[in-house]
Write a protein that binds this ligand. Structure first.
Ligand SMILES: CC(C)(COP(=O)(O)OP(=O)(O)OC[C@H]1O[C@@H](n2cnc3c(N)ncnc32)[C@H](O)[C@@H]1OP(=O)(O)O)[C@@H](O)C(=O)NCCC(=O)NCCS
Length: 161
């Protein structure tokens, strides 16, 4: 646990495996209405993806006593990179430092994997909050796209984690 694992209210931000106790709250995690053009309307979609294809691994984001977000990660066997996706903080919990704490915790978790040499993610070009958050953590655009989304990568030692 480091100081980065707290949000701006001092709540501990922890990543948890999906369990019988937390999955309902994770499935209900929802962005603001106008953010649905960037992400799924409910994190339930990401949970189902994790269950169905075995590639993605969903995690619950807990701040203090409450589940307030979802994030998932994957390993791409083809190019040996790790991916972060499905980053959603409940609309009412945004802007409190949860997203930053979540990213830092997940980046540390991935960096600790022996196979981890580069972490990638993608975001819609108009998703300014996401772009700023990722840039501030050291992610830089690769010039590649996933559909219409910009692909960004963090390599070179994962210093920001
Ligand atoms: C993107 C998202 C996860 C950020 O989570 P958050 O908890 O609101 O973010 P934080 O409060 O930790 O803020 C972290 C940084 O994000 C950026 N940010 C957050 N809200 C922002 C806003 N409204 N405008 C611009 N930048 C913003 C800032 O760089 C901020 O840095 P700061 O800590 O110096 O203020 C959240 O806005 C979200 O769930 N959005 C909807 C889903 C989505 O778009 N996910 C990303 C898909 S790629």
């Amino acid at each position: 646990m480091t100081k980065e694992d707290t949000d701006r209210r001092g709540r501990c931000v922890v990543l948890e495996e999906i369990t019988d106790e937390n999955w309902r709250a994770v499935a209900d995690v929802a962005p603001a209405d106008d953010q649905r053009r960037f992400v799924a309307a409910l994190s339930a979609r990401y949970l189902l993806l994790s269950l169905r294809d075995g590639t993605w691994n969903s995690l619950a984001v807990r701040a203090g006593d409450e589940v307030v977000g979802h994030v998932m990660w994957a390993y791409d066997e083809e190019d040996g990179t790790h991916w972060i996706g499905g980053m959603v903080v409940n609309a009412a919990e945004q802007g409190k430092g949860v997203g930053r704490a979540t990213m830092r915790a997940l980046m540390r978790r991935l960096a600790a994997l022996p196979s981890c040499r580069e972490v990638r993610l993608s975001y819609h070009p108009e998703n300014t909050p996401a772009a700023r958050l990722y840039a501030s953590l050291g992610f830089t655009p690769t010039g590649e796209f996933e559909g219409e989304e910009i692909v960004a990568a963090l390599s070179g030692g994962m210093a920001a984690a």
